[in-house]
Write a protein that binds this ligand. Structure first.
Ligand SMILES: C[S@@+](CC[C@H](N)C(=O)[O-])C[C@H]1O[C@@H](n2cnc3c(N)ncnc32)[C@H](O)[C@@H]1O
Ligand code: SF4
Ligand code: SF4
Length: 306
């Protein structure tokens, strides 16, 4: 196999009880088909052999996966850094079984205003999330806030930065990307404000990502996308998703011969990466060559989540 992907987005649970306005994953119906734990472990073994440096166990809401603690513990035992992103709604009740198994936890938090949260995330669960953050702090769980920003949420960002500073942690600013055609991108003043906030020591912003968005995103003539050559995307029921989760054109079953055998198909179509019609202008940063996956950043959670 010639491909040397460095990151895996492993969807452990493809459903979610939040209803975020900027995400469509919550529309997925739960058909309950999940890769059994022992098979997930075999996948983790193979990802280590392939040379993948980071497995992002994602979703949907990953904390909906019952065996998440076992999955994370297994990945840690295989030498992976474990970075977990969550909407935080279930963390408090699962904190004890997760502590020690997550090297770095991102709480997705766009606002500290209950009404703004309810409108943005479609559910009235900010109090549970704030309680979860407090619990993580009590337990000594390293965490930060992952703050997805669009034109309508700029006023909420200083409140999140303030909360991060109270806890002695930081905010990773995550500029919105659109799955939907004709959706307005960030305004020029939003870019300016993101850059201004990023000068604070408590704020992290991937400036390469911002530059990519400013310049209009991926170009099919000269792609920035690394969806298939730099990433592996695995569904909750054990399929490779090609070229990426958000625009799946093909599902390839990972059979008894494993991930590398299934990736024969990835190799066949890797030249199409970033070159499909729908790829023009794409800014889904997690797949781009601008996405962060530096070893020294993994230790502190600086990696861009799916
Ligand atoms: C897809 S979620 C999966 C984990 C979990 N459900 C959560 O919300 O943290 C991972 C991250 O992607 C972010 N996200 C979702 N839709 C996005 C979009 N259109 N643009 C940028 N980030 C997005 C979420 O805010 C979240 O921080
Ligand atoms: S961003 Fe996360 S919490 Fe919100 S709907 Fe999507 S998967 Fe669920
Ligand atoms: S450019 Fe975007 S839509 Fe196209 S393959 Fe890459 S991540 Fe997927």
């Amino acid at each position: 196999m010639n491909l040397k992907p460095k990151r895996c987005y492993y969807y452990v649970r493809d459903v979610c009880a939040s209803r975020c306005a900027y995400c469509n994953i919550w529309e997925n119906r739960d058909d309950g088909s999940l890769t059994p734990l022992e098979e997930v472990k075999r996948h983790i073994d193979e990802l280590a052999e392939i040379g993948v440096g980071l497995i992002d166990f994602t979703g949907g809401e990953p904390l909906l996966r019952k065996e998440l603690p076992e999955i994370l513990a297994y990945a840690k035992a295989r030498g992976f850094s474990t970075i977990q992103t969550t909407d935080g709604t279930l963390y408090r009740r699962r904190a004890e079984e997760l502590v020690g198994r997550i090297d770095f936890l991102h709480f997705s938090l766009d606002t500290v205003d209950r009404e703004v949260y309810r409108k943005r995330r479609g559910v009235d669960r900010l109090p549970e999330v704030l309680a979860a953050i407090d619990r993580a702090h009590e337990l000594g769980q390293p965490f930060d806030f992952l703050t997805t920003v669009d034109n309508t949420s700029l006023e909420a960002v200083p409140g999140v930065i303030g909360l991060a500073e109270q806890y002695g942690t930081r905010v990773s600013l995550n500029p919105i990307f659109s799955y939907f055609k004709d959706e307005a991108g960030l305004s020029a003043s939003a870019f300016d404000r993101l850059e201004e906030w990023s000068r604070r020591p408590s704020v992290y912003l991937n400036t390469d990502q911002l530059a990519l968005i400013r310049s209009g995103g991926n170009r099919v003539a000269e792609p920035t996308c690394g969806a298939m050559t730099q990433n592996i995307v695995i569904s909750q029921d054990g399929y490779l998703l090609l070229p990426c989760y958000h625009q799946t054109e093909e599902r390839v079953k990972i059979g008894p011969d494993g991930i590398r055998a299934a990736m024969a198909r990835t190799e066949q179509i890797a030249h199409l990466e970033g070159r499909y019609d729908f790829c023009e202008g794409c800014t889904i940063n997690c797949y781009m060559k601008t996405a962060r996956l530096r070893t020294e950043e993994l230790a502190t959670g600086f990696a861009d989540p799916a």
